[in-house]
Design a binder for this molecule. Sequence first.
Ligand SMILES: [Zn+2]
Length: 264
Amino acid sequence: MSRTAVFFHAHPDDEALLTAGTMAMLAAEGHRVVLVVATAGERGLADLPHGDELGQARMKELHRSAETLGCARVVLLGYGDSGLAIDGGVAEDRPDNAFIDADTEEAAQRLAAILKEETADLLTIYDPAGGYGHPDHVQVYRVGSRAAEIAGTPIVLEATVNRDPLLKGVRLAARFYPKIDVRSFESAYSPNHVITHRVNVRKYARAKRASMAAHASQTTGGDGDRTLGAMLKIPFWAYRLIFGTEWYVRRDLPPGTRVRHPFH
Ligand SMILES: [Zn+2]
């Protein structure tokens, strides 16, 4: 039976990093995959200056990524990218319509309208801490969980990263790159014991890599030390292993539950 999954993300490229393999898998299984982004990411790090031009370029990249993954529909809610202050907090010079300043109820109603129109069986959001703490990602949790409540969407999954292997990797990497701030990862994403879904997406590693590559403005821009660009330099055999699992937390399942497919 074909079902519908809505993947809710803050910015173009978040889908590539967190849920691309799952999206490609569900589409290949014949399900309807819908991608919703809150903002166009017009304040991301890039060679282009912040603003409409960067937002338009990033939306083009998002559509290319969505095509690669087999998405049936892409929706932009059209909030302003709140940006990220140097200290990791909320940027003071953010736009008037910044997603972080949006009324949660109003934004949730807009997402709920899409969930109802699609009769969505599943919605993905982020964990309550917003992964690594970007204010727009925290807002995705708030707006997304409320929207699912309004629309009565039966399955809500928090897309996350398993912190335990991530920390191991970061500690190892920090030996070679002392600039890496290991402590900032100690409270990022979700610890192993709260994760309910471990989705094996190795079969879809090529699609996931193509989705990351579609976000060209985010691979080379800014300070030249970009995470996405570094990920794309990893040889494919290793890429497949490192990015071959995607993790989710489903809060209404008892902790310790271990599930392999998003619809289970
Ligand atoms: Zn983001």
